[in-house]
Design a protein. Sequence first.
Length: 156
Amino acid sequence: MSDLPGTSDLPESEAEWEARLGPDRYEVLRRGGTERAFTGEYWDAKAQGTYRCAGCGEGLFSSEDKFDSGSGWPSFSRALAPAGVEESEDRSLGMTRTEVKCAVCGGHLGHVFDDGPEPTGLRYCINSASLDLDKASLDLDKASFDFDKASGASSG
């Protein structure tokens, strides 16, 4: 994977991944584990921002597409960019599901199901341990808006 653009700083061995991620994130991202429902940091988060892969920083999901599915895991109706995630068949646990991985680092994110809200009908059920919420870009947009409003500037 290190020959992909922007991945030269990714760990090359599993020992390096484990040291970088810590035990909980390593279990999910590199070993395909699943955190218990209603225990992850983002299952009920309402903050605005971009959810990034905790393994490599790739932007994966937007808070604008996050919804409460009642499942106990963060749920999104779409990926930020379709090319940002990879999907494959998962036949573990005696059932067939569609696994979702980060397209950049290959980290396990969760699964996608076809029982989500319109217009996509999809529910990306994602482990909080595989995500980091980046509020900075939206905070900068808000600060710019607040400055324009305070100065009387018009945006158009």
